[in-house]
Design a protein around this ligand. Structure first.
Ligand code: CP
Ligand code: NVA
Length: 346
């Protein structure tokens, strides 16, 4: 008897940017991440990648993304292999295309963290296996699945939630939140000085999704207007990996630091308000950069106060744990043999 092959929705696909998937597929990955979290907590095995080899390429440093990919791969029964910037020939002695062909012939999937989006796009073009973007200067898509898992498990819903991102409105996190929130019906407010507002291209993309999902994105320099009725106050570092313009950012973004006063300005009841941060965070002087900034500019905290970071509102560590469950969902769906013939429309 011949059995008709039914295509599985995610199988063999790369996640290079959020827009590679439909809003319904992104929602499915959020829910699948929550499902895998429950499986792990209940000690139910889920070795969907048994016998597979996964390459983890990191041209930038990482704690969460590297740890999440490694532990997720092992839980799924796969073998992860870390290939750091100084371990391989990529860029210095070998092109993206040649590297992709070689790695794709040995590994079943590839994670890449680096600078230019073109690099991860190029790997995906030539590898012949799924490629996952572990962060570029433009997008941080795996972070999005964890972030919206965190929002959903806190509030029990996504549609109608207002998530306010305060800080550098042009970085990878702002871009990804704006687009993904708009896909999922979450109102994303970007609160940033005008010179750090998102590009028109990112705004157009977000507005296109928002018109369908009903989300109401907002970009403003006005803190009071932007944080009003927030359910989530979200921030990120003022200077991203690959940048070094501390002086400019300290001057521009100090008024945008997340403080208890800012949380009060939301007017949101306590049980409907949380703080999130993708991490790492500068909330004290316990880091080399933190000490240097204190010496140069007299600041002991940057994007968020230590008080907020340690408050009852803070959910950044649940969010960090969710990186592992969400990355597991992405890996299993795209590189495993899961039978997912269709995803429910949102
Ligand atoms: N949030 C995040 O991507 O953390 P790492 O840089 O530690 O991977
Ligand atoms: N915007 C930050 C995010 C870190 C997870 C960076 O790119 O450094």
């Amino acid at each position: 008897m011949t059995v008709a092959k039914i295509n599985s929705v995610f199988q063999g696909r790369s996640l290079l940017a959020e827009k590679d998937f439909t809003p319904s597929e992104i929602q499915y990955l959020v829910d699948f991440g929550l499902h895998l979290k429950a499986m792990k907590q209940n000690h139910i095995p889920h070795k969907y990648l048994e016998g597979k080899n996964i390459a983890l390429l990191f041209a930038k440093t990482s704690t969460r993304t590297r740890a999440a990919f490694t532990t997720a791969a092992i839980d799924l029964g796969a073998h992860p292999e870390y290939l750091g910037a100084n371990d391989i020939q990529l860029g210095k002695k070998e092109s993206v295309e040649d590297t992709a062909i070689v790695l794709g012939s040995m590994f079943d999937a590839i994670e890449y963290r680096g600078f230019a989006q073109e690099t991860v796009d190029g790997l995906a073009k030539h590898a012949g296996v799924p490629v996952w973007n572990g962060l570029t200067d433009l997008w941080h898509p795996t972070q999005m699945i964890a972030d919206f898992m965190t929002v959903k498990e806190t509030f029990g819903r996504l549609k109608g939630i207002t998530l306010v991102y305060v800080g550098d409105g042009r970085n990878n996190m702002a871009n990804s939140l704006l687009v993904t929130g708009s896909m999922l019906g979450v109102n994303i407010h970007i609160v940033a000085p005008e010179s750090l507002h998102p590009s028109q291209e990112i705004m157009d993309l977000a507005n296109g999704y928002a018109a369908k999902s009903g989300a109401k994105p907002m970009v403003t320099a006005d803190i009071a207007e932007g944080v009003k009725n927030a359910n989530v106050i979200y921030t990120d570092v003022w200077v991203s990996m690959g940048e070094s313009n501390w002086e400019e950012r300290v001057e521009l973004l100090t008024p945008y630091r997340v403080t208890m006063d800012m949380l009060k300005m939301t007017g949101t009841p306590d049980d409907e308000l949380i703080f999130m941060h993708c991490l790492p965070a500068f909330h004290d002087t316990e880091t080399e950069y933190g000490k240097e900034i204190k010496e140069k500019y007299g600041l002991t905290e940057m994007e968020v106060t230590d008080e907020v970071f340690r408050s009852k509102y803070a959910h950044q560590f649940e969010e960090a744990e969710n990186r592992m469950h969400s990355i597991k969902a992405i890996m299993a769906a795209t590189a495993g043999n899961l039978f997912i013939p269709a995803v429910p429309e949102i």
